[in-house]
Design a protein around this ligand. Sequence first.
Ligand SMILES: [Zn+2]
Length: 762
Amino acid sequence: MNTEKNCRNIAIYEFAYDKIKLTDPEWSHAFRLEEEYLATLNPDRLLAGFLETAGYRPKAERYPGWEMTEIQGHTLGHFLTAAAQIYASAKNPLWLEKMDYIIEELYRCQQEDGYLFASPREIFDRVENGQPAWVPWYTMHKILSGIIKVYEITNHQTAYRIMGRLGTWIADRTEGWTKEIRDRVLSVEYGGMNDCLYDLFLITGEERFARAAHQFDERTLFEALHDQKDVLNGLHANTTIPKILGALKRYMVFGKTEKFYLVTAQNFWEIVVKHHTYATGGNSEWEHFGEPDVLDAERTACNCETCNTYNMLKLSLWLFQITGDKKYMDYYDHTKLNAILASQNPETGMTMYFQPMETGYFKVFTTPYSSFWCCTGSGMENFTKLQEGIYFHNEEGIYICRYVSSDLVWTNGRIALKMEVVIQEDTLAVRIRFAEVPGRKFSLYLRIPDWLEEDTELFLNGTYLKGEIQNGYVFISREWVQNDMLDLHMKMTLKIQGLPDNERVAAFSYGPYLLSAGLGNVMMDMTVTGVDVFVPQKEITVKDYLILQDVEINDWKKHIERYLVKEKGRVAFRLNNQGEELIFTPHYARYRDRYGIYFRLYKKESRELVNLLEKEKQAKRLKNVMTDVIPVGNDQYELAHGIKGEKTDTMRLNGHPYRFCREDGWFSYRMKLQNEKQELCMTLCGQDVGNSYRIVVDGVTLVEDVVKKEKDEFYQAAYQLPLMSKPDHEKIITVKFQNLTGEGTFRIFDELYLKKCDERNK
Ligand SMILES: [Zn+2]
């Protein structure tokens, strides 16, 4: 892309998207579905908030879902990026027209001082004043990035003018920040504002935009990562990864003097991939990073937000382009298949938000016209650049990093080749045929995948060829002849992957494919969490462990092919789980049933198995009596519960999220009270011993109390609520927390919830 060409310190370049044509039926189908879906969206509906904000009458009503919240307008940004990518792939004029129309409308909406947004500007004041507001800088990043992408692909002059003026508004705003204001702004998710402003600087050469980008560089975080400190515990993952993309962009834009930022990004990548990542390539639980190497304990229905994966792929791609280190493409290739292709419903084209790692859940997809989640937006981007990462080039030759059937036509290099990939029983067979060659020597670097255990077998025109191995690539340099045919055979084997915090846990893969077992499709109901985000429910018992008969766990793992038996002619494995048969198939293609990627291994009739069953019973009991739960400090969930307050903010202590209020501050939530005896339960911390607080329910004081010092640092406080005598089944109450300690603070941690009073559950 244009920006990339101007970047310093890039050693390996991408091809423009129209040079690569996907011919693989699944990948090209996925692309087509996304394009078809995007073609049905009405630009006027996506623009409505922008017109309203500018004082015009919208031409169509806004879409519902997140487009009717304070994050409105983010979808238009993603849509522009996706439209530019589609246009870059096939140059279909329809998409040029759409971009043209939107850009002209945006130009009309841009205000004198450059402000362009789908919400009034006071939302930015609120962030600066420390009042609750839903991530306007995150939204700004999406919008500005979309406009920049349109300019990069189409050289659109109006887009150039808009982004320059918007950049000026941002620069004006950020230049006025005091240290206190800047700290407050940077404590709220702001996407990759530094990343897109560095792009803007690169395109326009205007120094102010680089200075504005620096305002979003979070030096303290970068310094810790630069020193290889894993400080991720408790950080919001999709807030953090784009910050690092911005850091790396700084290096890419300014060159070697900014090596600090490269090292920061490399260390961050290592920390995330080695200590916070599941077998799919995804990370996080309820959008947050946890403690390093604590992954089994964090498996739930809400792991691996797809936006995080989208951003980790971007980071991996750039790090590869800078360093040429193939480990980045190992991660990229694996994750693109097992987490990104896996995130689309191949019938409807809809994509996922969370990707559950707890066994027994199922994939839940966005709706076409009523969700517009963050991941709906990054999904639009994901599926319109599926050819990314297959081929790269530098002065010496071509890198092939992903084995996906496709055609490459490189006009400048006068090279055209066709890659065909098929599965031949236990072998991934790749055939590369040169349709056009330049009549001079050039090199081919073929990535040796990290899943490969044996040597690759290489044949040139049917004759065995001993390829040279260089830094993890098969390297061949020769004067190629037209119609030369290179065959690469890679033997696939079954592999077990564990998780660091539980030696019993196993996930299975075969060659590049992560496997999952189908666990039926009974009662596949969904529930809503956060702001209108659907998550799968598991109201039935699903066995998430394997019972090994008379064999020790290590022996079972060592001889896995005896127990997971391959079916002939397809990638499917049967496992006999004490009378139950499980069939493992590639996870990316599963979308209609409950699944298990991870299973715990227990020896039949062992004490550990008995203990596990008892623990699960207890957890289920508590879950059954909880009626309304708020994960404290999670912006989406707090907004959905009508968060209000003064002198209040959220932070983390040793990985525990908390909300606090200071001096005479307060915060409140709206919660659903049911018509039976209920308790309000919250977690307090013994470090605050002596601090006092008041809880007010619907204007009436429920209790005034003091934080205690208990045996454990964190302890539960529960207060019974007065019984409602209304006939309604449930009622919304406002629960307000006030600090009574003057200079001190009051804070609640982890989850705030209502539960039914039931003596057995005390
Ligand atoms: Zn997301």
